[in-house]
Design a protein around this ligand. Structure first.
Ligand SMILES: NC(=O)C1=CN([C@@H]2O[C@H](COP(=O)(O)OP(=O)(O)OC[C@H]3O[C@@H](n4cnc5c(N)ncnc54)[C@H](OP(=O)(O)O)[C@@H]3O)[C@@H](O)[C@H]2O)C=CC1
Ligand SMILES: O=C([O-])CC(=O)C(=O)O
Length: 269
């Protein structure tokens, strides 16, 4: 069987970890085929320093070079990554999944051309159980996120409300609302809430409280799901990566999902 060719869009905290792990040959049946970056010269210099041989290309070139693209770039360019791949009937693993909520046309495009959008568990946990529960009836899904203020800095919602994260000295509830509203107001901070909503009862019925908490050093998420099959209470404390907004486990989740693509034994939903 020929190897599955992987393209990476975005060579940041997630993309770099991914590039290292695919190119070192520890993921059987996968090959690193292409990378797109916001800064081609910087990406080429980094790849050279790591001893990774991979072309840095334009996003538009992905469909001819790759079978699956991993989107780990700013949410604002999701269309540029997904549209060419999906039109070519290929797969895209989407990390900026909050940006999927206002774009149902991307799912339509996948359906029309036989492509697929894959949202990995990412920085969260329990999406296996939530998708299973969603095959029955889920009554409610509530999430609470608690991050160090630096992990929320720059969010459009905070800027709009004039909330300065440098001035937060006690745990502060900065947002309470639906996953859809959270994805709009915090596009680089709570993709986890969007993933949870897509797994369960959708972005308008899934709720989230976001706390800026100077007392924590990790990005902490807890989930409560009430369903006719089970009651779930789940929590995860993510150690930040080189990007304080992004937990280290996110890249590992992508690697685990990629490993499952060609694995003879597949664990989990
Ligand atoms: N679903 C989930 O559970 C999670 C999702 N995320 C999301 O995943 C995404 C990536 O996260 P992370 O790796 O931490 O982000 P980073 O900010 O570390 O990296 C993003 C990279 O994208 C690159 N980029 C910018 N413009 C373009 C472009 N036009 N084409 C290709 N690449 C570009 C940037 O490169 P340069 O610096 O050269 O401009 C940057 O290195 C974010 O949207 C984040 O919110 C994060 C954590 C969890
Ligand atoms: O969901 C996100 O975008 C990032 C996040 O909370 C985490 O990594 O813990």
């Amino acid at each position: 069987m020929s190897p599955t060719r992987i393209a990476i869009a975005g060579l940041g905290a997630i993309g770099k970890t991914l590039a290292r792990r695919i190119s070192d040959g520890t993921l059987p049946g996968l090959t690193l085929a292409a990378i797109a970056s916001g800064d081609r010269a910087k990406a080429e210099a980094w790849l050279k320093s790591e001893g990774i041989a991979c072309p840095v290309v334009d996003l538009a070139d992905f469909p001819k070079l790759a079978d699956l693209a991993v989107e780990c770039a700013p949410a604002s360019i999701i269309e540029e990554i997904c549209v060419p791949m999906l039109k070519a009937g290929k797969k895209v693993m989407v990390l900026s999944c909050g940006a999927l909520l206002p774009r149902p046309h991307l799912m339509e495009l996948a359906k029309a051309h036989g492509g697929q959008i894959i949202v990995p568990t990412g920085a969260l946990l329990g999406l296996d159980a939530v998708t299973a529960a969603a095959e029955g009836t889920i009554h409610s899904v509530k999430m609470t996120t608690r991050k160090p203020p630096v992990g929320l800095k720059g969010a459009p919602y905070l800027i709009e409300k004039g909330l300065d994260m440098d001035k937060v000295t006690t745990p502060t509830l900065v947002f309470s609302g639906t996953a859809r509203e959270a994805a709009k107001g915090f596009p680089a901070n709570v993709n986890v809430a969007a993933a949870l909503s897509l797994a369960g009862i959708g972005p308008d019925r899934t709720t989230i409280d976001i706390w800026a908490d100077p007392g924590v050093t990790r990005n902490c998420h807890s989930i409560e799901v009430d369903a006719d099959s089970a009651k779930l209470t789940l929590a995860i404390e993510n150690i930040p990566s080189e990007n304080p907004k992004t937990g280290r486990i996110t890249a590992l989740s992508v690697i685990a999902a990629l490993r499952k693509l060609n694995a003879p034994l597949r664990i989990g939903t």
